[in-house]
Design a protein. Structure first.
Length: 145
């Protein structure tokens, strides 16, 4: 014959498990719902951030020309472009300086980006772009002779 105490103990633990299972099921459902809501919000944020990025690039591209204060015909200077031009013509820094009316050290500083040419020197640099190798050699020969 079973002991009444053990039967009572088994029944209490069975009912307790049933109650706990019911409570945890509700918590599991709400936790699952919250996780799916959070995932949806993360996807939405990623989409919106991508849109903001694209719009900022577009607005930056359209804003640059309108904010440009340079009138037409102004001369620009690029250290990299100047170095490439000098290399294309096969000139040393001293020869390029002689053609431009500046020192070879100025030419080195311009190419290194340590300094920029004065506005009065930009037309001479622009004129250098129009020269070919033969024309540059001819002008150097005229200056030397």
């Amino acid at each position: 014959m079973p002991n009444i105490a053990s039967l009572l103990k088994q029944e209490i633990s069975r009912v307790a498990r049933k109650e706990v299972r019911g409570e945890t099921q509700a918590l599991k459902k709400s936790s699952t719902q919250y996780r799916s809501d959070i995932a949806a919000l993360k996807r939405r944020i990623a989409t919106l951030e991508g849109l903001v990025k694209r719009l900022s690039k577009t607005s930056a591209r359209t804003a640059l020309p309108s904010t440009k204060a340079e009138p037409e015909g102004t001369l620009r200077f690029s250290a990299k472009g100047f170095a490439a031009q000098r290399a294309r013509l096969g000139l040393s820094a001293a020869e390029a300086g002689l053609l431009l009316g500046v020192s070879s050290q100025s030419v080195y500083h311009w190419e290194a980006g340590k300094s920029r040419p004065r506005a009065s020197q930009l037309p001479a640099i622009a004129g250098l772009r129009k020269l070919g190798k033969r024309e540059a050699a001819k002008r150097l020969g005229e200056m030397a002779g």
